[in-house]
Design a protein around this ligand. Structure first.
Ligand SMILES: Cc1cc2nc3c(=O)[nH]c(=O)nc-3n(C[C@H](O)[C@H](O)[C@H](O)COP(=O)(O)OP(=O)(O)OC[C@H]3O[C@@H](n4cnc5c(N)ncnc54)[C@H](O)[C@@H]3O)c2cc1C
Length: 449
């Protein structure tokens, strides 16, 4: 009997493998692919960040040299898609190479069926295991009326097969993190973008004022339609109807969320499975396990994680239950003030509690506001967009929602400071150089008594 069987060797599964391997040799990893690579490397984090890096450079170049109208946008987009695909291939290869450290003795390729709480079937063979960790990831959610096989339908997985996108307008369905990242990047690279959102909520933002502001800024660049939409195939196009206005597109990129890759694993045999609303039956969210079993669910498959840091924290939490001595390793404990970043242009970031959480819990709080619109460095970089909203009570930091340039760095500084000491008065004395984006925070300090 194996001590641990890990199903799925993406980011979450590999994090579990790494912790398991330092505690026991009696484990097995099972994946449907012969040399498994995480979604992060192949189609998600890495190629998108390459696309965004190129888009940021293109935008920056055009804003600094507006008279240089030589940009062949068509080539830019084509080259950016190619380079992004290559970035995915580079990181995938690196992952495949490091798989060799453990695969020869601990890997089975195949599709898994759960027989009962301690027994699996894979490639016609049954194996027994004391603990089962399911880390089979997620797939793009396909809205009603659409068929993934239709040529016009693109996902974050199939996009990288496209050689070009500049010949026809691109509809982006969904105004969440992925939708905003793709919309702003593809626009900066010369695509004709039309963004469709269900409501006026963009990426991570919950505060109405910030959402309205971001909406306005997006509309200065490309078309944005908000409201319920109906989708249907029309020859080689997909038509999108919002509030009576119908447009047909040859490229429709789905950024409509994801769903757990769980249904085909034989969950009926352990009285579990994915229910219609996407929830997992008999799943203990705190313990990350199917109730009364030693079957754990980790990463995107859990429906509770949609990013790498959370997947890794979950992996650590699960392995600590299986190997109690891991509990003393603090490296992956959830921070008091967590952070989230949308790598859009401009970026969006949140730290700690969001406006909506504070409002719903009827917390007493004030908002300190800083603007990038006339900030020195932002003017020099021609990135004069955005606001930082810091929510606080009696000088204690509670949370932040922000739009602005290079927020991936600023939000880390805020999150790190808050986790070390949440009294904002003490942050006023930390060094700030000149001229830098961080000087924007001086506007906040003035509002903290
Ligand atoms: C476009 C995009 C951009 C993103 N950008 C970021 C980012 O910048 N930062 C960030 O933190 N997160 C980002 N994410 C999210 C991040 O990529 C995921 O949260 C993470 O990759 C999920 O890891 P996972 O291990 O749960 O799943 P995966 O990496 O998908 O691994 C699942 C594994 O399970 C295997 N598998 C599936 N079904 C079966 C089966 N039936 N039997 C056996 N094996 C199976 C697969 O082959 C695969 O190896 C992004 C996601 C997308 C889509």
């Amino acid at each position: 009997m194996y001590k641990v069987a890990i199903i799925g060797a993406g980011t979450a599964g590999k994090a579990c493998q790494s912790i398991t391997s330092r505690n026991t040799n009696n484990y097995v990893v099972i994946d449907k692919d012969a040399n498994p690579v995480s979604k992060c490397s192949e189609t998600a984090c890495m190629p998108t960040k390459k696309l965004i890096a190129q888009a940021q450079s293109a935008q920056s170049y055009h804003s600094h040299f507006p008279s240089q109208n030589d940009s062949d946008n068509r080539n830019l987009l084509r080259e950016a898609l190619k380079a992004s695909k290559e970035a995915g291939a580079y990181f995938s290869k690196r992952e495949e190479e490091s798989n060799q450290n453990w695969m020869s003795s601990h890997f089975i390729q195949g599709f898994v069926k759960l027989i009962n709480e301690n027994r699996l079937e894979v490639s016609g063979k049954q194996i027994e295991c004391e603990n089962i960790i399911i880390a089979t990831g997620s797939s793009p959610r396909v809205p009603k009326g659409l068929d993934l096989k239709h040529d016009a339908v693109l996902t974050s997985e199939s996009l990288w097969q496209k050689k070009d996108l500049s010949d026809e307008p691109v509809a982006i369905l969904g105004s969440g993190v992925q939708g905003i990242e793709f919309a702003t990047a593809l626009d900066a690279l010369g695509a004709s973008v039309h963004l469709y959102g269900i409501n006026e909520q963009f990426a991570l933002l919950s505060e109405e004022e910030l959402n309205k502001y971001y909406h306005k800024k997006l509309e200065e660049r490309f078309k944005v339609s908000i409201g319920e939409n109906q989708l249907k195939a029309q020859g080689d196009k997909i038509s999108i109807n919002t509030k009576g206005s119908e447009i047909a597109f040859k490229n429709v990129l789905l950024c409509t969320g994801s769903q757990s890759n769980l249904p085909s694993l034989g969950f009926e045999n352990i009285n579990s499975g994915v229910e219609e609303d996407g929830k997992i039956k008999n799943y203990d969210q705190e313990g990350l396990r199917i109730k009364n079993t030693n079957i754990f669910i980790c990463g995107d498959a859990s429906g509770l994680s949609q990013n790498i840091p959370t997947s890794k924290r979950q992996a650590h939490a699960i392995c600590s239950k299986i190997f109690p001595k891991e509990e003393s390793i603090l490296e992956n404990k959830a921070p008091k003030f967590d952070l989230n970043i949308c790598f859009s242009i401009p970026q969006i970031a949140t730290v700690g509690q969001k406006y909506i959480q504070l409002s719903k819990s009827k917390t007493n709080f004030k908002t300190a506001v800083a603007s990038f619109e006339d900030q020195g460095r932002a003017r020099l970089e021609d990135e004069r967009i955005g606001f930082i909203h810091i929510y606080h009570h009696e000088n204690r930091f509670l949370g932040m929602e922000a739009i602005g340039p290079r927020l991936e760095n600023l939000s880390h500084l805020i999150a790190w400071s808050a986790n070390l000491n949440s009294d904002i008065r003490d942050w006023k004395h930390l060094p700030i150089y000149h001229p830098v984006f961080e000087q924007t925070l001086n506007q906040i300090w003035e509002q903290i008594k």
